[in-house]
Design a protein around this ligand. Structure first.
Ligand code: PLP
Length: 436
């Protein structure tokens, strides 16, 4: 190992605290985290010069690949002007243009206002607060609850976490936030008293953190109907699904549904800078006009950061220039075929799930039973895949495969070959505790 690598690891292990990480293991002697130093296209390099395919798009953010010349140039050009200016009391060209472009994806007079923030959690947080404040300003303050789905994930700030249905993440804080009723299906909505509901929140088409599980087709349109009948806001969390991931620019377009709030983050800048957007309708916006106390008193210092807006505009330009979505359709089919081949070849592959260019590969023991959780098989498999030039992260024992949309057919084949080799070496019948 190079001396530099050793120094970085030592500094990290002495001072960094990583997200969703058991720090005792992270800091243990002998744990050598990869130090990622460089990216190009779908590939990342570590500090030892080894190359890996970015199999989960750097935690679901990257769209057009790393170091894309158009996005990098746009950021550089904005950097020459100003890295940041306040959006509180001022505006700037990038934010104005980006808001117009985002609304332009939807029919006129539907989603027509954009509130910028910094990440997926705040995008959801804004929608929740706007929904509640709207109720207070429209004589409906009894509507102070939300509906969310079991096993859903909407972020980690207190309000967003109270929507979350993944017990191992939110158990300790879930009851401290909003009043949320969790349901599993459309049918369970019938048992609720909708008079107290401000909004219903869902990850459309597919729940990401719930091991990549897709909803039945038609679910979204049915939910739109339920919300309309019961005067509830439909809040779509497209933090993962937005920006082409499902094969269309936004997941809601698959069922021609327009929500009352649309939450965007991760892919909005192509995966280059933290930026988020909460889109809403003119009707909701209208309730925040009038009396001064009707204003939405919410914001963050880096709201609508100009570098982020420049990256987001450049990313949309790349979608158009490179015909990203047109080229994605055959890649989605190749992904489907590759997943089917893995399932056919390896008894350890219990199920493969796919929605557009998002895939989950669920591993189980050959008899169909789950691995004991303390074996952490998914983690061990992802660790082994590094040796075959693939980086990704599991959700429990489901291996996530969702590389950048720019990934070529040959690069997809590289990912499949890496998984094939990894599964061949780990057929799943070895019951030793997984070493990490
Ligand atoms: C990642 C994610 C979030 C949270 O976004 P952050 O930027 O990590 O705060 C919220 N909802 C969904 C569906 C996500 O995938």
């Amino acid at each position: 190992m190079r001396a530099e690598t050793r120094r970085w690891i030592q500094a990290d292990q002495s001072h960094c605290w990583h997200p969703f990480t058991r720090q005792a293991e992270w800091g243990a002697p002998g744990h050598e985290p990869l130090v990622l130093t460089r990216g190009k296209g779908a590939w990342l390099w570590d500090s030892e010069g080894r190359r890996y395919l970015d199999g989960n798009s750097s935690i679901w953010t990257n769209i057009h690949g790393h170091a894309h010349p158009v996005i990098s140039a746009a950021i550089r050009s904005q950097l020459e002007k100003a890295a940041h200016v306040s959006f509180l009391g001022f505006t700037h060209p990038g934010a104005a243009e980006l808001a117009e472009r985002l609304c332009g994806f939807f029919p006129k007079n539907s989603l027509e206002r954009v509130f910028f923030s910094d990440n997926g959690s705040t995008a959801v947080e804004c929608a929740l607060k706007m929904s509640l404040q709207y109720r207070q300003q429209t004589d409906a303050s009894e509507r102070d609850g939300f509906i969310a789905f079991a096993d859903g994930y909407h972020g980690d700030t207190l309000g967003a976490a109270s929507l979350g249905g993944v017990g191992r993440f939110t158990g300790k804080f879930r009851d401290r936030g909003y009043r949320v009723t969790h349901v599993r299906s459309l049918d369970e909505l019938a048992e609720l008293d909708p008079k107290y509901i401000s909004g219903l929140v869902i990850e459309p088409l597919i729940q990401g953190v719930n091991e990549m599980r897709a909803w039945p087709h038609g679910m979204l349109a049915a939910l739109r109907g339920w919300c309309d009948e019961n005067a509830a806001h439909l809040i779509l969390d497209e933090v993962m699904t937005g920006f082409g991931r499902t094969g269309k620019m936004f997941a809601c377009q698959h069922e021609n549904v327009i929500p009352d709030f649309l939450c965007l983050a991760k892919g909005i800048t192509g995966g280059y800078l933290p930026l988020a957007a909460t889109l809403t309708t003119g009707k909701i916006y209208g309730a925040f006009l009038g009396a001064p106390e009707n204003a939405f008193y919410y914001g963050h210092s880096y709201t609508a950061n100009p570098l982020g807006c420049a990256a987001a505009l450049a990313s949309l330009e790349v979608f158009a220039r490179e015909k990203t979505l047109e080229k994605l359709a055959p890649k989605i089919e190749r992904l489907r075929a590759g997943l089917a081949a893995l399932k056919a070849a390896h008894p350890i592959v219990h199920d493969v799930r796919q929605c557009g260019f998002i895939a989950g590969i669920e591993l189980r023991q050959p008899d169909g039973s789950r691995f004991p959780p303390d074996q952490r098989h998914g983690e061990a498999i992802c660790h082994s895949a590094r040796a075959h030039g693939l980086l990704t992260r599991p959700i429990l024992d489901t291996i996530v495969l969702m590389p950048p949309l720019s990934t070529t057919h040959a690069e997809l084949d590289h990912a499949f070959a890496a998984l094939d080799a990894t599964f061949s070496r780990n057929p799943g019948i070895d019951t030793r505790p997984a070493s990490r």
